[in-house]
Design a protein around this ligand. Structure first.
Ligand SMILES: Cc1cc2nc3c(=O)[nH]c(=O)nc-3n(C[C@H](O)[C@H](O)[C@H](O)COP(=O)(O)OP(=O)(O)OC[C@H]3O[C@@H](n4cnc5c(N)ncnc54)[C@H](O)[C@@H]3O)c2cc1C
Length: 280
């Protein structure tokens, strides 16, 4: 952590995440705690992870923080079976309702998209409302997925996509990923969906702001989201302009793969990491 991971990861424990979330709340930013970890494939471990998520939710509520949780379905049963993931996601959603806390479901590798969308639909059709699903603009299929979700009045988090995918399923060219992102914004921002504009890219942010103005979408009709430690001053600037800005706060002992994805996205981060190493 001392090497530089702490810029992107709040810490290894829930206490460190709570402290980071409190600091964000003090700056007018909402937050979402994300316990790091991927592909839990042992049933007793899955139960442990679900119980940990429940404990996180209760703690955030007890501390009266403006915060919710984000999680990956492969951590709560999808690596074992879809039925188990649905049962556990519904269990978390029930607690979310009790605590008035939104659940944010991440989107993972492309082979998980179908079961993830089926689970999201099942939750909504089962009456769970305050659930957000991520959609990745780099996937060729995503526009069709978004169109299919719109009649359900979804809460969609638009992201570009963070995994290495083959060209058959994802646009290899960044330009196409960006164009697709703008297209998803056009399709969804407004009364049909609650859109979470999850990006650090000013072009996307500016387009969302312009669309919201053109379509008279109220400030409560969409939000911005960014990752902990990335473009912190822009986060505060948007919040000061009256927007809801939510920061995803990753924490936990399994921070290494997350950090590697952030470094791969932006080589400048690697320089930051190395500089910290020599500064120790
Ligand atoms: C709240 C949130 C939730 C997410 N959830 C998911 C998910 O469920 N599934 C998924 O696949 N992906 C998810 N992502 C990650 C996302 O897919 C991208 O990998 C990531 O956000 C980088 O893309 P970008 O939109 O910021 O644009 P980019 O085109 O990557 O970057 C635009 C500009 O933003 C700045 N920037 C971007 N990344 C960094 C960085 N790491 N460090 C410093 N500056 C940077 C730079 O100035 C850059 O020029 C999420 C991202 C956010 C913000």
């Amino acid at each position: 952590m001392r090497l530089g991971a702490s810029r992107f990861v709040a810490g290894e424990t829930l206490d460190t995440a709570v402290a980071a979330i409190r600091r964000l709340n003090e700056k007018g930013l909402a937050a979402s705690a994300t316990l790091l970890g991927e592909y839990v494939s042992d049933e007793s471990q899955v139960e442990q992870v679900v119980a940990e998520h429940e404990a996180i939710m209760r703690r955030l509520a007890r501390e009266r923080l403006d915060a919710n949780i984000g999680f990956k379905l492969t951590n709560v049963g999808l690596s074992i079976g879809e039925a188990l993931a649905l049962k556990n996601a519904d269990r978390l959603a029930r607690l979310g309702e009790e605590l008035s806390m939104r659940l944010r479901i991440d989107m993972e590798e492309s082979f998980t998209v179908d079961p993830t969308l089926r689970i999201y639909r099942a939750l909504l059709l089962g009456g769970r409302q305050d659930i957000e699903i991520a959609l990745q603009s780099y996937l060729r299929r995503t526009e069709a997925d978004l169109r299919a979700l719109l009649p359900l009045h979804p809460k969609v988090r638009l992201v570009k996509g963070a995994y290495l995918e083959p060209p058959e399923v994802a646009f290899p060219d960044k330009q196409d990923v960006d164009t697709a992102y703008l297209r998803l914004l056009e399709l969804s921002l407004g009364p049909k969906a609650y859109v979470c504009v999850a990006t650090h890219d000013d072009r996307m942010i500016e387009r969302a702001l312009a669309l919201a103005r053109e379509r008279a979408v109220p400030l409560t009709g969409f939000e911005f989201q960014m990752l902990y430690g990335i473009r912190s001053s822009r986060q505060v600037e948007l919040a000061r302009a009256g927007h809801r800005v939510l920061i995803s706060v990753p924490f936990g002992p399994e921070w290494y793969p997350y950090l590697m994805r952030r470094l791969a996205e932006r080589p400048a981060n690697l320089l930051f990491f190395i500089a910290n190493y020599f500064r120790r």
